[in-house]
Design a protein around this ligand. Structure first.
Ligand code: C5P
Length: 336
């Protein structure tokens, strides 16, 4: 796809975009993302029913007549809203590579909640695979950081104060944010999987039910955090909405739409695969990106990188090929 240099530049500039977002409108960004998911899920529900009326009536029935089902999604909706905000805070305070490696910790929290909440039993090999995966990703990321540091050292035009500033951030805030985000990600994902698989409510209605409260939660967070900025020209809806769009150029909108689309894909994956496989797929995609970069753009991986890559691939296969046999049997009997 891109050379290592371009890859580093992309990470650098996207993290700058995120930094801008965080300082001006992180919570508002989450609000717009949820609104896009809400509308997209209503459209998909109608497409699924092949009728606007049937789609809307399905959503209405599920949300109004079966309010208990709606209440069930309030927990993951609130948790995902906080998690999404924390991810922005973490990206603002940590170098992107550090964020990526630390965020892999969610594989452990997800597995842990799968075992506790879904009573899923993992085989010993799967536990080992989780550990190996984490090591593999860590090695790949450490390698990335080392080559970045080497480049910086080579680059005499960059003065030392500039290096220190980029490295520092408020790393404790960033680290705590990413750790909490991992715990929330693991719990919300497993909770969502549970309510999705154990009820007859369709995926699209569930997404509408999730995005609706998330819009309210994120709006409340935005008002709480940026109240003076949003209402600085009074309570007129036109000035409020224009203040809420400040700093939103087309690049920010593209990012909001991509994130919203990513959220919908996550819901589909949770429905048709499971949360732990989702986490593996995300980690695996980092490696695939690098392989494409190697064949098409002359990316030259180091031995450390190759070691990390092999560990990740081995972990993905180990996890998928060696499920807990007794757990699988009991799931088959339950589903049959
Ligand atoms: O990092 P992680 O994979 O936990 O992120 C999950 C993302 O998917 C969150 O941004 C969450 O808002 C989104 N999601 C969604 N709809 C769902 C489930 C998750 O938009 N039904």
């Amino acid at each position: 796809m891109i050379s290592e240099d371009t890859l580093q530049k992309t990470i650098k500039y996207s993290s700058l975009v995120v930094l801008v977002l965080q300082s001006t409108c992180a919570t508002i960004t989450v609000f717009y993302g949820e609104t896009i998911k809400f509308v997209a899920s209503i459209i998909m529900c109608c497409v699924f029913h092949k009728s606007l009326a049937k789609g809307l009536s399905d959503i209405y029935t599920e949300c109004v007549h079966y309010r208990k089902e709606l209440v069930k999604v309030l927990i993951p909706a609130a948790i995902y809203t906080i998690q999404n905000i924390l991810v922005y805070v973490a990206l603002d305070n940590l170098p992107s590579a550090t964020f990526m490696v630390t965020y892999q910790f969610k594989i452990f929290t997800t597995a842990l909640f799968a075992v506790i909440v879904l009573k899923r039993r993992l085989s010993l090999i799967q536990w080992i695979a989780l550990f190996v995966l984490f090591c593999g990703i860590a090695i790949v990321q450490v390698d990335g950081k080392l080559s970045e540091a080497r480049k910086k050292a080579d680059n005499s035009s960059l003065n030392s104060t500039e290096i220190n500033k980029t490295e520092e951030g408020n790393s404790i805030v960033g680290f705590v944010s990413v750790l909490i985000a991992c715990v929330l990600s693991g719990f919300a994902g497993i909770y969502f999987e549970k309510i999705l698989k154990k009820s007859t409510v369709s995926l699209w209605v569930r997404n509408v039910q999730m995005a609706g409260p998330s819009i309210v939660f994120s709006l409340l967070c935005a008002f709480g955090k940026d109240y003076s900025e949003i209402f600085k020209d009074g309570y007129n809806p036109v000035s409020v909405s224009s203040n809420m769009m400040k700093g939103f150029d087309w690049k920010v909108w593209v990012m909001v739409v991509i994130n919203a689309f990513g959220g919908i894909v996550v819901a589909i994956v949770i429905k048709f695969a499971d949360n732990i496989l989702k986490a593996f797929a995300t980690s695996f995609s980092i490696i695939i990106n690098c392989v494409i970069a190697y064949f098409w753009f002359g990316f030259d991986p180091s031995y450390l990188f190759l070691l990390g890559g092999i560990l990740v691939i081995a972990a993905v296969f180990g996890y998928s090929l060696f499920p807990n046999k007794t757990a699988k049997k009991s799931v088959d009997t339950e589903e049959g």
